[in-house]
Design a protein around this ligand. Structure first.
Ligand SMILES: [Zn+2]
Length: 331
């Protein structure tokens, strides 16, 4: 740990136990917030290769929920559109199998409900994985890499760094057909373009029965686009397809209206004003991003969210929820 982190962490701990961060929360902190989760896994420690920091162990998730309930008000997800009420909401992205089998039962123990954002093309098995997960899994299994896109070399230390380099390539070249790129990487390396079958809780998607079950348990289902591509790089027609078709297919499966969109990735690198406008145009009432500050118009379609790192200690969690931690940004 760096000295700067040590100073910040000590300060957060002292502030928490002296009541200073609670005071900050009362005076200036967040009164309302939306927390973003992805995967909750029945393991005691996370593997060292969690590329995107989106996994939590079941024990840590349980402690984080207990923390939120103790210090703040966690509201039923059906009240998400009631924008005046102070409190916090829980959301879960991507629709992996652990959501139904591990995460939802822990929510039930705490008597909480959440919003689950799912991609119909993934549930229907039209694509084996979200492209970034797929690249990570392909590199992870590869004995030898014969071909990579222009400008990308093997000289990265580890699979995480190589996956990040490809992600950077996709963003630099604004690649709309990102699944075409994954297929090309597979073909040129003689790798099978197929789902990875180990660790189904982490890497396989829920089926429609499981999604319907969550809906029937009082959770809310949101669209997360059809294929989880980067919306900013898509044409107007492709944007419309991703947003409208996912809404329609989930509505048909649930026999119930879907009025919430969760943008994939959710930062300014992935969402432009045209995307936000399209969300309204195709009939959503609410859309959620992942950042706190942005320059987009239409507040109902750019709700911020925040995520917890996979930790359970109260001083840090309190610092994140209140916004207090962000007063002490360290590089
Ligand atoms: Zn996602």
């Amino acid at each position: 740990m760096s000295f700067k982190h040590f100073v910040r962490d000590s300060w957060l701990t002292a502030s928490y136990y002296t009541g200073l961060s609670q005071l900050y929360q009362a005076l200036r902190g967040r009164k309302r917030g939306i927390v973003c989760y992805h995967n909750v896994l029945p393991i005691s420690t996370l593997p060292p290769f969690d590329t995107y920091n989106v996994d939590a162990t079941a024990a840590v998730f349980d402690k984080q929920l207990a923390f939120l309930k103790k210090h703040f008000r966690v509201l039923p997800i059906q009240e998400l559109d009631n924008s005046d009420k102070p409190g916090f909401f829980l959301t879960v992205d991507d629709g992996m199998r652990n959501n139904h089998e591990i995460l939802a039962p822990i929510l039930a123990q705490h008597d909480l409900t959440a919003l689950f954002a799912v991609c119909p093309a993934m549930i229907d098995g039209e694509l084996p994985h979200i492209w970034r997960d797929h690249l990570f899994l392909l590199f992870h299994q590869a004995n030898d890499i014969k071909w990579l896109p222009d400008g990308i070399t093997h000289s990265y230390t580890g699979v995480n760094a190589l996956t990040r380099a490809i992600k950077k390539y996709v963003y630099q070249h604004q690649i709309a057909d990102v699944y075409g790129l994954v297929r090309e990487i597979c073909e040129k390396n003689d790798w099978l373009y197929a789902p990875y079958t180990d660790d189904p809780l982490r890497y396989q998607f829920m089926d429609w029965d499981q999604v319907r079950d969550l809906h029937n348990l009082g959770h809310r289902i949101a669209a997360h686009t059809m294929t989880h591509r980067v919306l900013r790089f898509l044409s107007a027609d492709e944007k419309r397809y991703e947003l409208a078709e996912s809404k329609k297919q989930i509505e048909n499966q649930l026999n119930s209206a879907v009025d919430t969109l969760v943008y994939p990735y959710g930062s300014m690198a992935e969402i432009d004003q045209a995307t936000v406008n399209m969300a309204e145009e195709v009939g959503y009432q609410t859309a959620l991003m992942n950042v706190q500050q942005h320059s987009l118009q239409k507040p109902a379609f750019t709700h911020p969210r925040f995520a917890f790192p996979p930790i359970a200690d109260s001083p840090h969690l309190h610092g994140i929820v209140s916004g207090y931690k962000f007063l002490f940004r360290v590089a």
